[in-house]
Design a protein around this ligand. Structure first.
Ligand SMILES: C[S@@+](CC[C@H](N)C(=O)[O-])C[C@H]1O[C@@H](n2cnc3c(N)ncnc32)[C@H](O)[C@@H]1O
Length: 270
């Protein structure tokens, strides 16, 4: 629950107009920085009681998306501006609410028992922002159905390694959206350095206590494994980059963490 002194403040639309902002990802980045500063103030002024806001900087994903969009794709979001989008594994939904602010109709999808604050954070932010985003409680480890089948774009950021069945999830998404940005942890070798993973399409299955003592961490792909997964589940890889320890990453060490970011286009099935 929010503290009683909560004070909704309206975050204004980008000054230069949504059309212009969507046509150039540099403008989206600028708008995101301004909007993010206001959001931070809003969170500070409305400290929740009984839970805490999600502990990581969700909006920093904007810089990784930026790096995926080459000169031919800077107007990417203008091309899909009349289509709904979804943020899957959204945590408190910061990124979803930012894209609603840019004019998109947004579905937020997460699951209370895995979520940092049982999805109380995303519901509180929706209220504070007076947002229209639809919040869905869906367990992606079940044989789920997505709320819609006509998304223009889906964010699947920082969640794939938390899922038991990446193949099913990726196939379901490919049927329901045109584009997706995905990020997940990848690895180039085992922790002891004994087995090289980076030349083959592999996935490493973590033990329940092996990574951050978080039993919801499951599959860590090699980069070729992740690309193979995307291709086998109905996607064309438009762009790919990795960040972090790009030389000696492993599936679980804090100091050998590498993340892959992919821009994917659905090709309609496997
Ligand atoms: C590491 S956070 C990622 C947050 C944000 N997308 C980002 O990149 O900063 C992973 C999110 O995935 C959600 N998640 C994990 N397993 C899930 C499941 N089985 N069904 C739905 N959501 C799940 C968690 O609740 C959490 O909010």
């Amino acid at each position: 629950m929010l503290s009683p002194k909560r004070s909704p403040i309206k975050i204004e639309p980008p000054v230069s107009g949504t059309e212009k902002v969507l046509a150039d990802f540099d403008e989206i980045k600028r708008a995101c920085v301004l909007w993010g500063e206001n959001l931070l103030r809003m969170k500070e002024n409305n400290a929740p009681t009984g839970f805490t806001w999600y502990g990581y900087d969700i909006l920093s994903n904007i810089w990784h998306i930026d790096a995926l969009l080459d000169s031919a794709h800077r107007d990417f979001f203008a091309r899909i501006q009349n289509m709904p989008i979804a943020d899957i594994g959204a945590a408190d939904g910061d990124l979803a609410f930012f894209f609603e602010h840019l004019g998109f109709e947004v579905d937020v999808i997460d699951w209370p028992s895995t979520n940092w604050n049982g999805m109380r954070g995303v519901r509180a932010l929706k209220e504070l922002l007076d947002a229209g985003a639809w919040i869905h409680e869906i367990d992606l480890d079940s044989q789920f159905r997505l709320p819609r089948s006509d998304y223009g774009f889906v964010f699947l950021l920082g969640i794939l390694y938390h899922l038991k069945n990446p193949f099913y999830v990726m196939e379901q998404l490919a049927r329901a959206t045109r584009y997706c940005v995905l990020s997940t942890r990848v690895a180039r070798r085992t922790v002891d350095g004994g087995v090289s993973l980076d030349k083959a399409p592999l996935a490493y299955l973590l033990a329940p206590d092996e990574c951050n003592n978080d039993a919801t961490n499951y599959w860590i792909f090699s980069l070729p494994g992740l690309l193979r997964l995307a291709e086998r589940t109905g996607w064309r890889v438009l762009a790919c980059r990795t960040v972090g320890d790009t030389a000696q990453s492993d599936p679980s060490s804090i100091d050998h963490d590498e993340r892959a970011f992919l821009l994917l286009e659905s090709v309609g099935g496997s």
